[in-house]
Design a protein around this ligand. Sequence first.
Ligand SMILES: Nc1ncnc2c1ncn2[C@@H]1O[C@H](COP(=O)(O)OP(=O)(O)O)[C@@H](O)[C@H]1O
Ligand SMILES: [Mg+2]
Length: 258
Amino acid sequence: MIRVENLHKHFGGFHAVDGASLEIATGSITGLVGPNGAGKTTLFNVIAGVLEPTSGQVRMDGDDITGLPPHVLFHKGLLRTFQIAHEFSSMTCRENLMMVPGGQSGETLWNAWFQRGRIAQEEETLLKKADEVLDFLTISHLKNERAGNLSGGQKKLLELGRTMMVDAKIVFLDEVGAGVNRTLLNTIGDAILRLNQERGYTFCMIEHDMDFIGRLCDPVIVMAEGKVLAQGTIDEIKANEAVIEAYLGTGLKNKEMV
Ligand SMILES: Nc1ncnc2c1ncn2[C@@H]1O[C@H](COP(=O)(O)OP(=O)(O)O)[C@@H](O)[C@H]1O
Ligand SMILES: [Mg+2]
């Protein structure tokens, strides 16, 4: 689905992404790991249109999508999750989800005056969809809770939920499990697996926890110093000499190799 070819992203003289090439297969849950500073987040930001690459190409289903802005990629079904912005924290979970799809009729003055019936109907549809999403994520009980009151893990679930309000094809998750307790991490993992299996979502996820990566991801891609170092199953990656070497000196144990 996604093909990245010889991608570079330089910040001044620093090569954060330094000639990375990789593929994300349709229907996969692809893991992206590597030591801190390897360029993983920068790579995500270039793919998702948040940053312009210095050089190289990103293709989606064969089309060149290099440098397209996030809202254009959004309409192509390529999404990356974002933290709930401060201004949305006083809105309820349900309202947060209802905000997601753009281009609602209610947004223009013309429509506000002349198409009241249609707006009411769209709101009804959105409300139903938001409740379905909350149900899927097993957080229906939080529908009227303000987003700002959620725990870290519940916020991550809501972020994932926002990708379900549109027809996402591929979702990029950057450290979705960071700071999340075991129980909620399992809930998030289950939601990702179900979205993959039942709704056909493709995922690419950066994650610290190797157990979590191992449970969800195949293949796993390892980045180091802006380049792709290795790719394989979690077991292949853990046994790979070059990968082990890249992690040496970081003082981290195997379980949390990132
Ligand atoms: N906007 C920026 N300006 C300058 N350097 C940056 C910027 N963003 C990231 N970097 C640097 O690029 C390197 C890769 O960062 P990042 O992609 O966040 O790595 P990772 O997500 O793998 O930990 C780091 O050394 C970081 O300091
Ligand atoms: Mg990062």
